[in-house]
Design a protein around this ligand. Structure first.
Ligand code: ATP
Length: 239
């Protein structure tokens, strides 16, 4: 569904990704783990068009998307829930969610039923349902994080990129985020997940890649990475 080959990207003269290749098959959850600064967020930004790759190819379905603008990539069915809480603070929860569906209404993909998807998003995120009329800027940090994730789901995307969905959340909300990821997975949603909680990410994922200094150091079925002593020692300690 999403295939990244020999991707290179960086900021100005500084190269961060030195030719990485990842495969995210339809209906699977793939996780990208690695230390701070390894290039995980840079990978997500390059895939969604927020950052222009300097080399490599990115294929979504059967279309090459590298170098396209982010709004075009969204219309083609790739949703990016970015790191940090990117919500529209002066709009209500419901309006934030409706905006998530906007790219697909202007694109060539089937429009689907936005009202039904709004119900589904509220159902997946009961905390948002209770607060549907509240202005997003007045939600707690954790609730805003969930709203960003729910908004990505509203695109009814082919692939969702989730960048640190649990960042800064209280443990109880971290559990809830992982439950939601499992549920999306059971509904067949294809996901690329970046997570600080590598053990939890590998528990929900089918396949994992370990990124070190902008290169893929190890990859394999998630189950195998969880029991790999080198991966455990470097990335799974304490979680
Ligand atoms: P973390 O787990 O800390 O979020 P990460 O693996 O997601 O790390 P990136 O955010 O992709 O890492 O950062 C990779 C490298 O690129 C880092 O050295 C970072 O300082 C650098 N970098 C990130 N964003 C920018 C930017 N806008 N301008 C310049 N350098 C950047």
């Amino acid at each position: 569904m999403l295939k990244i080959e020999n991707l290179e990207a960086g900021y100005g003269k500084v190269k961060v990704l030195h030719g990485i290749s990842l495969d995210v098959p339809a209906g699977k959850v793939v996780t990208l783990i690695g230390s701070n600064g390894a290039g995980k967020t840079t990978t997500m930004r390059a895939v969604s068009g927020m950052l222009r790759p300097s080399a490599g190819t990115i294929t979504l379905g059967d279309r090459a998307i590298q170098g396209l603008e982010s709004h075009r990539i969204a219309r083609l069915g790739l949703a990016h829930s970015p790191e940090g809480r990117r919500v529209f603070p002066t709009l209500s929860v419901t309006d934030n969610l409706l905006l998530g569906a906007f790219p697909r209404l202007t694109g060539s993909r089937a429009r689907g039923d936005v009202a039904r998807d709004l119900d589904r998003a509220m159902d997946l995120f009961p905390r948002l349902k209770e607060r549907r009329a509240q202005l997003a800027g007045t939600l707690s940090g954790g609730e805003q994080q969930m709203l960003a994730m729910a908004r990505a789901v509203m695109l009814n995307p082919e692939v969702v990129l989730l960048d640190e969905p649990s960042m800064g959340l209280a443990p109880i909300l971290v559990d809830e985020v992982f439950r939601i990821i499992s549920r999306l997975k059971s509904e067949g949603v294809t996901m690329l997940l970046v997570e600080q909680f590598a053990a939890a990410a590998l528990a929900v994922a089918d396949y994992g890649y370990v990124l070190e200094n902008g290169r893929i150091a190890v990859e394999g079925p998630a189950q195998r990475l969880r029991s790999d002593p080198a991966v455990a020692a470097a990335y799974l300690g304490g979680h």
